[in-house]
Design a protein around this ligand. Structure first.
Ligand code: NI
Length: 173
């Protein structure tokens, strides 16, 4: 028997803003890639889209457009996922990771410049970012909604610390 290869991939997604078909594409991609964890940087908007993430190891935080916090919390619980509030700080494979929506650019900059995290993940601006600030890697997966531009998510490899952006247009469900 062949041992199943240990996944070192974290799926990164943000600003889904109720886009059901793109969420389905992202979930399909994360399943195919066998991500061990998916981090959502907020702005789900309506709680009804949360069940679409069922089966993934999902952790999230609130965005500025996530008004129905109690229902979001309960939808996350229903699928065995966790929504941490406005900020999540986690440690995985020895990496310290911060997850923040990015509502305040000043807070994003402070997190990136603090030197406390190996990786800072934000969303909100709907623009892809992969930038080194000192020893810290700042990643924004872009928006999975797409709005008038590209709909993207990202895959982060915890071993190589590399980021791959994926255009959801290229993903089959
Ligand atoms: Ni936002």
């Amino acid at each position: 028997m062949v041992n199943q290869e240990l996944s070192m991939l974290i799926g990164l997604i943000s600003d889904t803003h109720d886009h059901v078909s793109n969420i389905n594409k992202a979930v399909s991609l994360f399943r195919t890639k066998n991500t061990e964890l998916v981090l959502h940087a907020g702005d789900y908007c309506s709680p009804f889209t949360i069940p679409l993430f069922k089966g993934l190891e999902l952790k999230g935080i609130f965005g500025n457009n996530d008004g129905d916090k109690y229902l979001l919390i309960s939808k996350f619980r229903e699928i065995g996922a966790e929504i941490a509030g406005d900020f999540l700080n986690l440690q995985i494979h020895g990496l310290k990771i911060a997850l923040y929506h990015g509502t305040y650019a000043e807070i994003t900059a402070s997190l990136c410049e603090s030197g406390r995290y190996d990786v800072v993940i934000t969303g909100h601006t709907h623009e892809m970012v992969q930038e080194h600030i000192g020893e810290t890697l700042w990643i924004n997966p872009g928006t999975a909604n797409g709005f008038d531009g590209k709909a993207t998510v990202a895959l982060f490899d915890t071993e190589t610390r590399s980021v791959e952006f994926v255009d959801l247009e290229d993903v089959d469900v």
